[in-house]
Design a protein around this ligand. Structure first.
Ligand code: ADP
Ligand code: MG
Length: 260
């Protein structure tokens, strides 16, 4: 231990992270930092590696080279001397528990009500008492504006409501980091705002977030930094207002002209 105060250790530090699928190099030496309490928007064309990057942070993929460090801990590996060894699955599961992820598709359990969906992991994974988990789940549903829909099944909720349940479900595990992979892309346009509003509140509450999105209004208003990726590399990054109003690279300009 170096004695660095925890508050100064970034929440996420990617140092030259690379990842291939067979001969296809999807991430090519990605470096970025997300400080505690900050929101980073990751944007870029389809196929640029955004989902793969998030999936590496959340142990759904394994990096081939470079280091991914969350809250001061190497993700998925243990360092001994100058060598890296794969982490014990139990340790990997522990790291994963602290990271919440929300996907494009809502992925709720269809046979469970909203409150059951939110309480499930705290009961099963954390061994929380049922009554406590349900009480907490109702609080979280209230926080995402769904107090009155707690006993509804997913099929009876709109896409925007389902996605808000998915956010509450991720929050139930008390993550230190939230990852969002195009959380509004599958929604009807009129339902996008309510989900972005919940995400904005979450950001204001101090949650550290990485958000893959095409919602540039959200990036401009909520994000502390914006990273533009294309073809597996970081093309440019910086203050979102700066990057959006004054992109330095042709690839960024071309992408923005399509989504703005
Ligand atoms: P994005 O989220 O930016 O659209 P992805 O990270 O999903 O990009 O994908 C980047 C590239 O990696 C794409 O060419 C995709 O087809 C490929 N890819 C993603 N996952 C896999 C996988 N499991 N096996 C093989 N190729 C993959
Ligand atoms: Mg993707």
């Amino acid at each position: 231990m170096t004695g660095t105060p925890t508050s100064e250790v970034p929440m996420v530090h990617a140092d030259r992270v690379s990842k291939s699928f067979g001969s296809l190099e999807v991430l090519k030496s990605i470096s970025l930092t997300v400080n505690r309490g900050e929101v980073l928007c990751l944007v870029g064309p389809s196929g640029s590696g955004k989902s793969t990057f998030l999936r590496c942070i959340n142990h759904l993929e394994r990096v081939d080279a470079g280091r991914l460090i969350v809250d001061g801990e190497l993700i998925g590996y243990v360092e001994r001397g100058d060598r890296l060894y794969e982490m014990h699955p139990r340790e990997a599961a522990r790291q994963r528990r602290d990271i919440g992820m929300v996907f494009q598709r809502f992925n709720l359990f269809p046979h469970m009500t909203a409150v059951e969906n939110v309480a499930e992991a705290p009961i099963r994974v954390k061994g929380m008492k049922k009554d406590d988990a349900y009480a907490r789940a109702r609080e979280l549903l209230a926080r995402v504006g769904l107090a009155s829909r707690a006993d509804a099944y997913p099929a009876h909720l709109s896409g925007g409501q389902q996605q808000r349940v998915a956010i509450a479900r991720a929050l139930a595990m008390e993550p230190k980091l939230m990852l969002f992979d195009e959380p509004t892309s599958a929604l009807d346009p009129e339902l996008v705002g309510e989900v972005l509003q919940v995400m904005k509140q979450l950001a204001e509450s101090g949650m550290t977030m990485i958000v893959v999105t095409h919602e540039m209004g959200f990036a401009r208003e909520v994000a502390d930094s914006l990273v533009f990726m294309d073809g597996g590399v970081v093309v440019e990054s910086g203050d979102p207002r700066e990057v959006l109003s004054n992109p330095q690279h042709q690839r960024t300009r071309s992408f923005l002209s399509k989504v703005l």
